[in-house]
Design a binder for this molecule. Structure first.
Ligand code: ADP
Ligand code: MG
Length: 394
């Protein structure tokens, strides 16, 4: 397979489809990656998160398979790999390469839900960096979700689509993710942040001025300890809820504990659960305070909340590392930066920065330069914009 590296993923997906299958694809869909601006490590505490879909996406070119031929073919252009399989029934995941489990998992979730999952020929390519915390996996899932609903001639509400993607990742692929990633990829709105209640799944959008850029800076550090560190933090939050429920009967999660109540009863908690729970309770308070700020377009104050979030993740939740701290500190020294913080689970990955759009280019170059000087590591910096969610484009 010849791959032309400097093509956009949209053209790449369509061209490779044409080369491989000898026909033009019938349809093209895209599904974006996402970044979380505020509300970190609160999703599993039933809290509120504030992600945005970004303008980096998985592009999927596809056509239905002729009646009577159950053989599906998927081409992962970025991996230069393809797989063909009989999809009646959906194959066991152990018979598939790792990358194919995401799209096949979505078809599996559709059928589990009693929805038709038509057979397709497909080629896809993406400019969402993989494993950087920008949810390349959810963007693949939502692209295939939209493709399946297109072929089935159905209209599935975006939140239901997100839930199908989450089910695919949880129960077929076997990765224990929350709903935020698929939600943001499915429900994204141009120049808006999304506010999601992770308990009720109610959501709304909040405006982001269009003269702002969302700049994502990858430290290039990838840590392997994250699963156990994540589990111990979840456990600390659960311990805090159990102990606090003696004073606050009826609470189910830290989401139910106000900052005022927490201040009153914090001394009942041992040191570690106290620090972890304080982060969560204060972070949820920050999200609530962010809502009117965004409604009023007060980005200066919103940026301060992002900076406070970083300090809290560093000092109370203890999921930062020196490279993330350096990236956030350098960003705040640069002109045009309103706020900078680590985003995602931590221990590596990216920072997210809100930056005046006209300064975003110089900001990015200077951020990468100073980061390299300070850490001797190369940073990847992406200038993004809040974008619409997964959709059929052709
Ligand atoms: P992320 O944080 O980027 O979502 P994950 O580890 O959750 O990282 O998902 C990455 C996996 O998703 C990849 O190993 C691959 O299986 C699948 N994936 C992501 N992007 C692509 C792509 N462009 N082509 C094929 N598979 C992809
Ligand atoms: Mg993922």
């Amino acid at each position: 397979m010849d791959i032309i590296l400097d093509m956009y993923p949209k053209d790449l997906a369509a061209n490779v489809f044409h080369d491989r299958f000898g026909q033009s694809p019938k349809h093209l869909v895209l599904a974006p990656g996402r970044v979380n601006l505020l509300g970190e490590h609160v999703d599993y505490n039933d809290g509120w998160v504030m992600p945005a879909a970004i303008d980096r996406s998985t592009w999927l070119a596809f056509s239905p398979v002729e009646e009577g031929d159950g053989l599906a073919t998927l081409v992962a252009v970025d991996f230069a790999e393809q797989v063909s399989f009989n999809s009646e029934p959906i194959p066991a995941k152990t018979n598939l390469p790792e990358w194919a489990r995401y799209p096949v998992g979505v078809a599996w979730a559709f059928r589990q839900a009693g929805l038709p999952a038509p057979v397709m020929l497909a080629a896809y390519a993406s400019d969402v960096p993989r494993g950087a915390g920008l949810s390349s996996s959810a963007s693949v899932e939502m692209a295939f979700g939209v493709a399946l609903q297109t072929l089935a001639g159905q209209s599935i509400p975006a939140m239901q689509m997100a839930l199908l993607g989450q089910k695919a990742e949880n129960d077929y692929v076997g990765v224990n993710c929350g709903i935020m990633d698929q939600f943001a990829s499915a429900c994204g709105l141009r120049d808006h942040l999304l506010l999601l209640d992770c308990r009720s799944l109610a959501w709304r959008s909040l405006p982001l001025p269009d003269n702002l850029a969302i700049v994502i800076a990858d430290t290039s550090v990838r840590r392997k300890l994250t699963v156990s560190a994540y589990n111990t933090r979840r456990q600390a939050c659960e311990d805090a809820v159990r102990i606090l429920s003696a004073e606050l009967p009826g609470i189910r999660a830290l989401r139910d504990v106000s900052l005022e109540a927490f201040n009153r009863f914090e001394d009942k908690l041992p040191g570690e659960p106290a620090r972890r729970a304080r982060h969560v309770v204060e972070e949820l308070d920050r999200v609530q305070r962010a809502i009117p700020l965004l409604e009023q377009g007060d980005i200066q104050q919103f940026g301060r909340l992002m900076n406070e979030c970083h300090a809290s993740l560093r000092d109370l939740y203890e999921v930062s590392i020196p490279e993330l701290d350096a990236m956030a500190e350098i960003a705040r020294e640069l002109p045009g930066c309103y706020g900078a913080r680590l985003t995602g689970a931590g221990f590596g990955g990216c920072t997210v920065n809100l930056v005046a759009r006209e300064q975003a280019e110089t900001f990015s170059v200077e951020l990468a330069r100073r980061y390299q000087v300070r850490t001797n590591l190369a940073a990847e910096v992406y200038i993004c914009r809040a974008s619409d969610g997964a959709r059929l484009v052709d």
